[in-house]
Write a protein that binds this ligand. Structure first.
Ligand code: COA
Ligand code: AMP
Length: 629
């Protein structure tokens, strides 16, 4: 069957399609049907089945005689270590960890926050939660204590599992003090913390509250897998929206298992036993789906890579890892390739390694610019596949299904919708637009299994954020078009979300921080185009009348505030002081026009602008920091 047949077979009978895919999962009790329509646009998949994620990701492979296969390779050029864990070892480690968590009172439905760098123990903590039916929420290490505190107050975890430190090139990230600070800031207090002490930094433990990862497992009874309902949340993953309050994307257990398993062969074209590598971070959705869950559920070997595309030690790291471990499918973000290309444009490092194992490269997380794709294709001589998805969906909305049928690559397009997604381009009034016309990208409800059924404890916000603008559809927040051949093109976000080095950030969240500075009367943050990171945030500050502070001091202070409150990952380094902000007559800040000015693009004078002269002032201000040339 080719792509068209597979897609039409899904469209003809979605429930039969997903029930068939569900046969690849071990159920304790098979679901009676696929889709549960809860009314009012709320849907769940496989709700009455009973199943365990950890069993499917670990134990069943051991039972099937694959216990000796390597499940996880930890390759850390930062610490200079390499460590392989077989499926049998993984089962023992996870069962013991789960047993220790259970002994401290963690049960099905309890939340556990995981704050760990790229070490196998991060995956083990996720799987141990799954084993007990506890709901994990992994927080990315590049966020500051305040962001962690916000997530603690929303998820109300019974426990936090953290590492003593993370390692960035040339810098130790002190995780434990961040955890302590976050707990102090948060209103909700977890019962206890478990700390994985790394040899690079041993953290201070608080007597009675904090337990050592190894010590607290001593003498415990290993835990068996606890079957849960198909609609039991497997995890919550917070992502940026329009405001500073992150959205807690919920992932239900049954659909997550079925959909992810389906993607491994059909999209990524790997078979059980093949080595699959997603060079992302466990704190992001790519890390959840394609470092941890999908490869393990499918019986692949996954790589936990603690390093950067460049500088650890050089621009050949990716190729060294692929060659050393026999990676067949490799997944990264375009920004990582841009970094490598900048250091090694001719691909000298690529030719140092035997890459004959590598069959396909996948890119996602941000728009893949044609230069980067062409460079990668020319250098690596394998298909370079752009695919489009979001934290909310958990797997690709559009991709080139390499395991079904490799479709011709159209550079600039993440190819075609995957089964499960009925994608439409709509105008502002919600009317479908013809091929080639730009509009909002929306997906007809219901979304497929594995996508978000709601937001954590925030159904109203879920409806408002995704279901209200276009009744009957899920609003993706992306704008784009579909061509005559059914290929999608993703052009821009329709909201305040920006994408910095593949990291999703909210400009609204940054504005909330800037407004907190005592000298700032009004502010705006926009995402300007950046050659390496795709976008970079730039802040505009209007200071209070009569403010005597030195402008450059205020700029320094707000840069520090964003780093302290949101985290280094915001990469907020540029801000300018202006007298006023361009606005419509109704007071809306003209951010899109400001972005065009910064990027040196032509723009139409907005008809509703209050005072056109302000745009020249914005241009002059941007020129002082090297933009709007
Ligand atoms: N823990 C703590 N800090 C982190 C971090 C983590 N896990 N990840 C990044 N940071 C810090 C960085 O050290 C940097 O701090 P600095 O301001 O002190 O230099 C800051 O956050 C910004 O990081 P980043 O935007 O990633 O830039 P970089 O200069 O460190 O690296 C790239 C640039 C392109 C090499 C890098 O962004 C990269 O590899 N990106 C790939 C992105 C990716 O895989 N995304 C996943 C989505 S698929
Ligand atoms: P995240 O939730 O962090 O995965 O970010 C999702 C957003 O990143 C999407 O809504 C898009 O704006 C952007 N994105 C992800 N993949 C792509 C892609 N292949 N092409 C263009 N934009 C993408």
């Amino acid at each position: 069957m080719g792509y068209k047949d597979v897609y039409s077979s899904w469209k003809a009978d979605p429930e039969a399609f997903w029930m068939e895919a569900a046969r690849a999962i071990d159920w304790d009790e098979a679901p009676s049907k696929a889709l549960f329509d809860r009314g009012n646009d709320m849907y769940e998949w496989f709700a009455d089945g009973r199943v365990n994620t950890c069993w499917n990701a670990v134990d069943r492979h051991v039972e099937a005689g694959r216990g000796g296969q390597v499940a996880i390779i930890h390759d850390s050029p930062i610490t200079g270590t390499l460590h392989k864990i077989t499926y049998a070892e993984l089962r023992n480690r996870v069962a013991r960890l789960a047993g220790a968590l259970r002994a401290k009172g963690i049960e099905k439905g309890d939340r556990v926050i995981i704050y760990m760098p790229m070490v196998p123990e991060a995956l083990e903590a996720m799987l141990a939660c799954g084993r007990l039916g506890a709901i994990h929420s992994v927080v990315f290490g590049g966020f500051a204590a305040n962001e962690l505190a916000v997530r603690i107050d929303d998820a109300k975890p019974k426990a936090i599992i953290a590492a003593s430190c993370g390692l960035e090139p040339g810098r130790v990230v002190h995780y434990k003090p961040l955890v302590d600070g976050a707990i102090e800031m948060a209103r909700h207090k977890p019962d206890f913390c478990v700390v994985f002490q790394r040899e690079q930094e041993v953290a201070r433990l608080e007597e009675g509250r904090d337990f050592d990862w190894h010590g607290f497992q001593y003498g415990v009874e290993p835990a068996e897998c606890v079957p849960v309902e198909g609609n039991h949340p497997a995890y919550i993953l917070y992502t940026s929206g329009t405001t500073g309050a992150p959205k807690g994307v919920v992932r239900h257990t049954g659909g997550h298992l079925v959909a992810l398993n389906w993607t491994m062969k059909n999209i990524y074209n790997v078979d059980p036993g093949d080595v699959f590598w997603a060079a992302s971070d466990v704190g992001w959705v790519v890390g959840h789906s394609y470092i941890c869950y999908a490869p393990l559920i499918h019986g692949n070997t996954t790589i936990v890579f603690e390093g950067k595309p460049i500088g650890t030690p050089d621009a050949g790291t990716f190729w060294r890892v692929i060659s050393d471990h026999g990676v067949k499918s490799f997944f990264t973000a375009p920004t990582a390739f841009r970094a490598v290309k900048r250091e090694d444009p001719k691909g000298d490092f690529i030719r140092k390694y035997d890459l004959s194992c590598l069959k396909t490269v996948y890119l996602a997380g941000e728009r893949a610019d044609p230069d980067t794709i062409v460079w990668a294709q020319d250098q690596l001589k394998v298909p370079v596949i752009d695919h489009w998805w979001q934290t909310e969906t958990g797997f690709a909305i559009a991709a080139n299904p390499m395991g079904v049928e490799p479709l011709p690559v159209k550079i600039g397009s993440p190819s075609v919708p995957m089964p499960g997604y009925d994608v439409h381009i709509l105008d502002e009034g919600g009317n479908p637009l013809p091929p080639g016309e730009l509009g909002a990208i929306a997906v007809k409800l219901p979304l497929p299994p594995g996508t978000l059924p709601t937001l954590w404890n925030a159904e109203d916000r879920y409806r408002k954020a995704y279901l209200t603008t276009f009744p009957g559809y899920y609003e993706t927040g992306d704008a784009g078009m579909i061509d005559e051949d059914g290929y999608l093109y993703i052009m821009a976000r329709t909201d305040d979300v920006i994408n910095v080095a593949g990291h999703r950030l909210s400009t609204g969240g940054m504005e909330e921080v800037l407004s907190g500075h005592p000298d700032v009367a009004e502010c705006a943050v926009i995402g300007v185009t950046d050659q390496l990171k795709g976008q970079m945030p730039v802040g505009f500050l209007c200071l209070n009348a009569g403010c005597a502070s030195d402008h450059s001091e205020v700029v320094k202070e707000v840069v520090k505030m964003v780093r302290d409150r949101i985290g280094p990952v915001a990469a907020f380094k540029l801000a300018v002081v202006v007298d006023r902000l361009p606005k419509t007559r109704s007071g809306k800040i003209l951010r899109a026009t400001m972005v065009k000015i910064a990027d040196g693009e032509d723009y139409k004078m907005p008809a509703t602008i209050d005072d056109p002269a302000i745009l020249d002032e914005i241009k002059t201000a941007l020129q002082t920091i090297g933009y709007a040339r």
